[in-house]
Write a protein that binds this ligand. Structure first.
Ligand code: FES
Ligand code: FE2
Length: 420
């Protein structure tokens, strides 16, 4: 349970809010590379409550700028992108990717006025077909994070971004929740799962340790990147299944996976306080990933704004008979099931009404570090800094081991992730 004011503190991320300032000190995935072409149509991207426009100039450089023209506010989404800049359709002011005003044709040629005009723009960095941005103060800009999957060949990755119709905190909490899989994602009957994939679109095979029994026994430990959450599940007669989730402060996660399965990385970026950009990278460690299978099992069909075709308005195309025949939700697609669970709470759930139990340990611990970091920031102290030596080898591994072993022995934390 959270007091109403604490719930506000942890869910509000606009520019003038403490958590908004915290989030702006970390790198954010903003859009995928193919969404913008050189001299092509700009793309609207709302991030942390800010209306922004992305465009790729004639040289291929990316600009991420305020949507409102600094002259009188016309939308630059309707601007003309050519000749190395984005020109406002109203009076022709033109801006480069850094927000400099390079032409101001509504003034005398001799005027210096344009030198005083600056369009808000954020730095970008493009890697693995994702364009990232940093929206915080220049002096606080951290090194670009070096996540493990960024070192894999492009064909080993499947990248999806989707508009989720609720606050980011609900989405992260869902990702750290081991137990939900045993209900929300468990298929009633045996599933024929393709190599590497965790599930079919109907759910996870009932014999998979993630869902076989709700792994109620959990442990959460502090690490130099955030939190590691561990659960012990039922494996076979002699062995237990040891699973982990990494929460990398403030909005990145690695959900649980076992050897032989493709990995998964997430980032949950507030679009505004009532919606989230849910980023999903499925990665195969050693071969091209089967995108078709992964896409189908996740089940996200999106429109050009990345909104789901299966959504609250059409009840996620729930088929009541499927609840009896296939899974608890009656909804196809693992990702749709997650979206349904989190969006039906309301866009910002009132946490003063909740009743958390022992299975919610990771959620409680994640909130604690979030709260602690926000308070540190409000007191003028530095935030948690990531070290690329830490990030570059980190992903979730799960394994089977002797059921008499404790998790500390079966799945110990690599000493390099300990807090010094
Ligand atoms: S409003 Fe954009 S140039 Fe005038
Ligand atoms: Fe889930």
């Amino acid at each position: 349970m959270l007091k109403k004011e604490d719930n506000q503190l942890l869910t509000e991320t606009n520019e003038d809010k403490p958590l908004g300032e915290v989030f702006r000190q970390y790198w954010i995935p903003a859009l995928t590379s193919p969404e913008i072409e050189a001299d092509g149509k700009p793309k609207r991207v709302k991030l942390l409550g800010e209306d922004l426009v992305a465009f790729r100039d004639s040289n291929g450089d990316v600009g991420l700028v305020d949507e409102a023209c600094p002259h009188r506010g016309t939308s630059l989404y309707f601007g003309i992108n050519d000749g190395c800049g984005l020109r406002c359709m109203y009076h022709g002011w033109k801006f480069d990717t850094e927000g400099n005003c390079v032409e101001l044709p509504s003034e005398e040629e001799t005027s210096n006025f344009k030198n005083s005009i600056k369009l808000k723009s954020y730095p970008t960095y493009e890697i693995n077909n994702i364009i990232w941005t940093y929206m915080g103060p220049e002096e606080k800009q951290p090194p670009f994070p070096d996540f493990y999957w960024m070192h894999l060949p492009q064909e080993n990755l499947m990248i999806e971004r989707a508009w989720q119709e609720c606050n980011y905190l609900q989405v992260i909490e869902n990702d750290l929740d081991f137990v939900h899989a045993a209900f929300l994602h468990k298929a009633h009957g045996q599933q024929s799962v393709e190599e590497g994939a965790l599930s079919t679109d109907l759910g996870i095979d009932p014999d998979h340790p993630l869902v076989k029994n709700p792994p109620v026994k959990q442990h959460v430990e502090n690490t130099n990147y955030g939190k590691r959450c561990i659960a012990v599940g039922v494996g076979n007669e002699e062995e237990n299944a040891f699973m982990e989730i990494h929460y990398i402060f403030p909005f990145y996660t690695y959900p649980p996976r076992f050897e032989g399965e493709d990995g998964m990385w997430h980032a949950f970026i507030p679009r505004d306080d009532h919606s989230t950009w849910a980023w999903d990278v499925q990665f195969s460690h050693d071969k091209p990933i089967n995108k078709e299978v992964q896409h189908e099992r996740r089940g996200l069909e999106l429109d050009e704004d990345f909104k789901k075709l299966r959504n609250m308005d059409n009840e996620y195309e729930q088929e009541y008979q499927l609840k009896k025949d296939a899974n608890m939700t009656g909804i196809r697609g693992i990702a749709n099931q997650d979206h349904a669970a989190t969006e039906t709470m309301g866009t910002i759930v009132d946490r003063s009404n909740e009743h958390l139990g022992t299975s919610d340990k990771p959620v409680i611990q994640m909130r604690k570090i979030l709260m602690r970091q926000v308070k540190e920031h409000m007191n003028g102290n530095e935030l948690l800094k990531h070290d690329n030596q830490t990030l570059k080898d980190l992903y979730s591994g799960g394994l089977y081991d002797d059921k008499h072993k404790g998790w500390e022995e079966a799945l110990p934390l690599n000493p390099k992730y300990k807090i010094k």
